[in-house]
Write a protein that binds this ligand. Structure first.
Ligand SMILES: [Zn+2]
Length: 91
């Protein structure tokens, strides 16, 4: 298993996503005033409303987002750990 080394989604994400812990949550903007983010791999859109996804995997600071499909494709290679903890939006 694994993703081809020439897969178009590869853009150097190993620099900041290798071995990190991710959690899966409903999308919330990284900071006030933002309304969407993109999957770090396929660039599809996470948004509170109207995006491709409203749930996905993210770094614990919620800065980087990865969709379910890319998570399953790249998780073994990037050695992601998944936090059992929920990270609900703290409003
Ligand atoms: Zn993706």
């Amino acid at each position: 298993m694994g993703v081809d080394s020439s897969d178009w989604r590869r853009q150097g994400q190993e620099r900041f996503l290798t071995g990190v812990t991710l959690a899966r949550s409903v999308y919330t903007p990284w900071r006030r005033g933002w309304d969407h983010d993109h999957c770090e791999f396929c660039y599809r859109k996470f948004a509170v409303e109207g995006g491709d996804f409203n749930v996905g995997y993210h770094t614990l600071d919620r800065y980087h987002w990865v969709c379910d499909e890319c998570f399953s494709d790249f998780s073994s290679e990037f050695k992601w750990k998944v936090s059992p903890q929920k990270y609900p939006p703290e409003v």
